[in-house]
Write a protein that binds this ligand. Structure first.
Ligand code: PMP
Length: 409
């Protein structure tokens, strides 16, 4: 029997293939705008000072066994405070079920599985476009996907009326996957007022919002401000789900020497809001059971780092500052890139570079232009024209602007 003859290679992941092409390029001027991982102004990965201190504190401790449920609950509680606000009633009343998940993919996958198990036949509405792996995650959990309108190619901003129409026209009680801030891949977020309208409509339609919070702090530099969308939904009395990451805002990518591929060492908390503490306990036990069959338990190293930082006021304050520094660097490079293009007398409008927020700029470059940037200028990004602004530095921004100008003339 030829067991595996029918197995054809899987299609390449769009982001991984960009990284591979970048690594194979020997040009000294090459720029990687593919992967969404933070870099400093020299293009180097960053280990935050707060993480270094937390590392030093846990060095030598017994973290080879799984952490106690007390540590785990503490981490979940500290994390949940970051999203819902430290004085939120939800925390006082224990109205949330929270578990540590295996990275962003793991948190979303856990929720998708939970959704299918307790709402079989339900579907998930995703923004058009969304992070490419969202499609894979819900597909593998056998939850059918629908899209709702989000991005407006002409304005390179939000198509708010179309979004509201789609939310209105979805069957009552639908599941929606939302990005609370720094939308990936577009960098386009609703305004506070628009979030209020969306939240109100969700309440009226009895929809369930699931937030994938991968970039808290990266949109505005302020962790509270970036959680505002979620807090609006909660204030309105929506029950929500939230996948919350520390991968980007604590820089917890485990870099391998000589290889730009990154692996997260912990980093996601999945929380589901509930009506009361009893319901929260039931949901938590179900989430734990699903995780047990998938990967048993997540790694413990990261959990110790994060809880170390969040539970120490000085370390937390240091972290808050470091998040600001990262967000500000990206913001200032957005301004410089836009200015540089304008100074080159580009006839195109580049306002969206500074209107969009977070790690990504959805440039509006066509696949042909992206291809020319790669072949002619050694500049790498995904074919949809998404640029990771973290790859832009004061050293390469004018080279980048020139190249973009050349291919868009
Ligand atoms: N969700 C979104 C929207 C993301 O952009 C990312 C990182 N690219 C993730 C989740 C994180 O996924 P993971 O931690 O599994 O790499």
């Amino acid at each position: 029997l030829k067991w595996w003859d029918h197995v054809a290679p899987a299609p390449k992941d769009p982001i991984t293939s960009v990284t591979e092409a970048f690594l194979a390029d020997t040009s000294p001027t090459k720029i990687n705008l593919g992967v969404g991982a933070y870099r400093d102004d020299e293009g180097k990965p960053v280990v935050l000072q707060c993480v270094r201190e937390a590392e030093a504190r846990i060095a030598g401790c017994d973290f080879l066994e799984s952490v106690s449920s007390a540590v785990s609950s503490k981490l979940v509680e500290e994390s949940v405070k970051l999203v819902y606000g430290k004085n939120s009633d939800i925390i006082k009343e224990g109205r949330f079920a929270g578990v540590q998940a295996l990275s962003g993919t793991g948190a979303c996958r856990l929720f998708a599985e939970f959704q299918r198990r307790f709402y079989p036949g339900s579907q998930i509405f995703m923004t058009d476009p969304t992070w490419s792996n969202h499609h894979n995650i819900w597909r593998d959990a056998f939850v059918p996907e629908r899209t709702f309108q989000y991005y407006h190619p002409d304005s390179k901003g939000l198509n708010f009326p179309a979004l509201m129409d789609d939310v209105k026209n979805a069957p009552d009680g639908s599941f929606f996957l939302l990005h609370p801030c720094a939308h990936n891949p577009t960098g386009v977020d609703p305004t506070e007022e628009q979030w209020r309208e969306i939240s109100y409509l969700f309440k009226v339609k009895n929809h369930f919002p699931f937030f994938d919070m991968a970039y808290q702090g990266f949109a505005s530099g302020d962790l509270d401000r970036d959680a505002q969308s979620i807090r609006i939904f909660v204030e309105d009395g929506n029950l929500i789900g939230c996948a919350q990451s520390f991968a980007k805002n604590m820089g917890l990518y485990g870099h391998r020497v000589g290889c730009l591929k990154y692996v997260h060492i912990l980093d996601y908390i999945l929380s589901v809001l509930c009506n009361d503490a009893k319901q929260a306990a039931a949901i938590k036990s179900q989430l734990q059971q699903i995780a047990r069959a998938m990967y048993s338990s997540p790694p413990v190293h990261g959990i110790l780092l994060v809880s170390g930082i969040l539970s120490d006021p000085n370390m937390k304050a240091l972290w808050v500052e470091e998040v600001k520094v990262m967000a500000n660097r990206i913001q200032s490079l957005r301004t410089t890139l836009r200015k540089s293009l304008e100074q080159l007398s580009s006839s195109l409008n580049w306002e969206h570079i500074t209107n969009q927020v977070g790690m990504f700029c959805f440039s509006g470059l066509t696949p042909e232009q992206v291809d020319r940037l790669q072949r002619g200028f050694h500049i790498y990004m995904t074919l949809d024209g998404r640029m990771s602004m973290a790859g832009v530095t004061t050293g390469n921004v004018s080279y980048l602007a020139n190249a973009i100008h050349e291919v868009t003339k």
